[in-house]
Design a protein around this ligand. Structure first.
Ligand code: AKG
Length: 282
């Protein structure tokens, strides 16, 4: 049977078509790599409809009947109580706690990463079935975004004293290329769910909005990280405040835009440093 394109070459094909390379030229390269005509045809037939996909990725259509929008023209931010019920939360807490590893941040180009910037533990909730599949489907439905533009859901756990200092979720210019894939570009929406309630601390704080959200089991908190023009919205700066008693467990899921050839996602000049020892606290 003819050898089909492996993942690496499928990505290569998609990325080069997005860059505007000619299909004939790409076919020639694939033939030189030893792929037969049938395999090349199949690879082209199976390419996603980029135009249609990009349209679905770009626009959320929020479908959470009890969502309450935070009153501000600076940010699109919602809370929705009881997004998950207590038994869904309990099942996910067990899954999160069994696969935790230390959380990471990306190092800024000119700085030494602050080891105390994000002290929680994290896990990727990977799984095509059961509680994780139900969670992923529920979040994608709630946002009205094609699940192909959703990153893997993450679980995060904070013990007493642990926190995630002030940061934004959209990629800075120096991160965008590194975290892009042939299909994915900038981060758009963050969808967070509190799976429990620590006895003290652990609020999510948006300094520039003077908004402090107290964890409530099952409550979703979600916001658009970009402005209407596609630039990173600095009003989305937020932090996970230190937990002072008990444990805090949350789910975080990020959505992406479709990748563009030359990123349109520019940031206004950044006057503070994220993740460096000199990080300003708002
Ligand atoms: O823990 C929180 O409340 C915030 C989490 C967070 O900032 C993030 O995952 O980006």
């Amino acid at each position: 049977m003819a050898r089909s394109l492996d993942k690496k070459w499928q990505h290569w094909l998609l990325a080069n078509l997005q860059r505007g390379c000619s299909p004939a030229e790409l076919k020639q390269t694939l033939a030189k790599e030893g792929y037969g005509e049938a395999a090349i045809h199949k690879a082209f037939d199976e390419l996603p409809d980029l135009g249609a996909l990009a349209a679905t990725a770009a626009k959320a259509s929020i479908n959470v009947p009890n969502a309450r929008r935070f009153e501000s023209s600076s940010i699109e931010l919602y809370t929705a109580e009881d997004f998950l019920d207590a038994s869904e939360c309990a099942e996910l807490v067990v899954l999160v706690k069994t696969t935790l590893r230390p959380s990471t941040i990306s190092t800024p180009p000119s700085g030494e990463a602050d080891q105390l910037f994000r002290t929680s533990r994290t896990c990727d909730l990977i799984g095509g079935e059961g509680a994780i599949a139900r969670l992923d489907a529920k979040i994608a439905r709630a946002m009205g975004i094609d699940p192909r533009f959703a990153e893997t859901s993450q679980g995060q756990c904070y013990e007493v004293g642990q926190e995630f200092k002030l940061h934004t979720d959209f990629f800075k210019d120096y991160e965008l290329d590194r975290f892009s894939t042939p299909l994915w570009g900038q981060r758009t929406w963050t969808f967070m769910i509190y799976l429990n309630e620590p006895e003290g601390g652990g609020e999510t704080r948006f300094d520039d909005l003077d908004l402090t959200v107290k964890p409530k089991q099952g409550m979703a908190l979600f916001w658009n990280n970009l402005t209407a023009s596609g630039a990173g919205n600095h009003f989305t700066r937020h932090q996970g405040m230190p937990v002072t008693a008990g444990t805090k467990v949350i789910i975080t899921k990020w959505f992406r835009t479709a990748r563009t050839v030359s990123p349109v996602y520019t940031s206004v000049r950044i006057t503070w440093t994220q993740g460096a020892k000199t990080a300003q606290r708002g």
